[in-house]
Design a protein around this ligand. Structure first.
Ligand code: B12
Ligand code: SF4
Ligand code: SF4
Length: 325
């Protein structure tokens, strides 16, 4: 047992990750807290149905045999995605975690298999499985900011949480859940609240109004709600405003440019795609130009963005006051 824990911890420090083990029961504690918030009306019912119903329905396939959760914090960069436009080459930002969000856990699973010892089992908790921040905070790996995003001292909030349910027995003293902690920096700070373009971070409560968050709309197939300010758009997908404003993130953002560039013809096709985002089979997105757009989106690991990229790019063009096609 000591060997398993030590080899995982050595692997994490070699890889530049942070790691901790926690009791499997933390998942149930996290679910119970969310259900209490649902029952007290703190969570918007539509947001709950769309996001939290599926994540709290997750039950590990390892079942009662599972004894622990292994949680890894992986530092992640933001990405720059470029488009040729009639105003020249323009850059758009995709915040940390979106790109490669599924390949990072796969790679880590490959690396861990073998380290955890003969016969030990590891079950990745996917993006729609379990409450990653809540479990990681109760295990003491991360702290919450008022952004409701979690931080470690080395990475700020630019990290992906990668949890696994395992059947590795952990020592008794590693099992006790900790109360989720806020950053010390939050005590006298309101910078994220002021930076949020949609009022999702409220003065009156810590819990995010997730149904007001720009990301709730721009990573999904919703039409923009009437109240959403046209000036709020600034990323190809996602949002950077509260994380950028946070002093605990100062100097911590890494930027990587993806090699694929969307040609002028592709940018024009994207901007002219007025088919509804929820029309997944739209005939407007067929033909060789869209095949090439699709190939590039697949290659940068954002294939699902096909349905929202036109809507998001038009919103970005308007917010920047430009004309791109
Ligand atoms: C649903 C979801 C969303 C929704 C809702 C976000 C939300 N805050 O609930 C939307 C689509 C809006 C979204 C957006 C983003 N997401 Co998201 N999302 C998730 C998902 C699937 C579940 C999040 C969740 O549990 N929400 C439920 C609420 C109730 O729980 P909570 O946020 O932990 O809130 C707790 C605190 O408020 C706490 N609390 C309440 N009062 C108080 C008081 C104190 C003092 C303290 C300490 C705590 C506390 O209680 C709540 C739990 O009951 C996770 C993946 C997963 N499976 O876990 C990723 C995840 C949270 N998302 C992630 C990311 C990166 C983002 C974005 C930053 C992406 C971007 N840049 O555009 C934004 C950030 C928006 C924001 N300000 O939170 C990462 C966060 C990594 C990190 N560093 O923490 C996650 C963990 C994915 C991953 N595995 O890495 N996301
Ligand atoms: S901006 Fe300020 S209040 Fe918001 S998370 Fe960062 S330190 Fe906390
Ligand atoms: S991600 Fe953007 S919209 Fe969402 S809470 Fe942060 S600043 Fe507000």
């Amino acid at each position: 047992l000591v060997d398993v824990l030590r080899s995982v911890s050595d692997w994490a420090s070699r890889s530049g990750y942070l790691v901790t083990w926690a009791d499997r029961g933390l998942l149930d504690l996290a679910y119970k807290e969310v259900w209490t918030r649902r029952d007290s009306g703190e969570l918007d019912p539509e947001f709950y149905g769309r996001w939290l119903e599926p994540v709290t329905a997750y039950r590990p396939a390892l079942g009662p045999a599972a004894s622990s959760i292994l949680i890894i914090a992986v530092p992640r960069p933001a990405h720059i995605v470029r488009f040729e436009t009639r105003s020249g080459l323009i850059e758009t930002i995709v915040p940390p975690v979106f790109i490669q969000d599924k390949s990072v856990p796969k790679r880590i699973l490959d690396e861990l298999t073998g380290l955890v010892g003969d016969g030990a089992r590891l079950e990745p908790m996917g993006g729609k499985q379990g409450l990653h921040k809540s479990v990681a905070a109760r295990a003491g790996l991360v702290r919450y900011g008022r952004t409701n995003i979690t931080f470690t001292s080395g990475f700020g909030s630019y990290l992906q949480i990668v949890p696994f349910v395992t059947d590795v027995e952990i020592p008794h003293d590693a099992r006790a859940p900790k109360a989720p902690q806020a950053l010390d920096e939050c005590t006298d700070c309101r910078l994220c609240e002021h930076a949020c373009p949609t009022g999702a971070i409220g003065a009156d409560r810590f819990l995010l109004r997730a149904h007001r968050c720009l990301v709730y709309f721009n990573e999904d197939i919703y039409e923009w709600p009437d109240w959403l300010p046209a000036t709020s758009h600034h990323c190809l997908v996602g949002c950077m405003k509260c994380q950028e404003a946070c002093p605990a993130n100062a100097g911590k953002l890494r930027l990587e440019t993806v090699p694929e560039v969307f040609t002028f013809q592709e940018t024009t096709a994207i901007l002219n795609d007025f088919s509804r985002s929820d029309d997944l089979q739209s005939s407007a997105r067929h033909g060789p130009v869209w095949d090439s757009i699709r190939d590039k989106l697949t290659s940068i690991k954002l294939p699902w963005l096909e349905y929202m990229i036109g809507r998001n790019m038009r919103a970005l063009e308007k917010a920047r006051g430009c004309q791109w096609s």
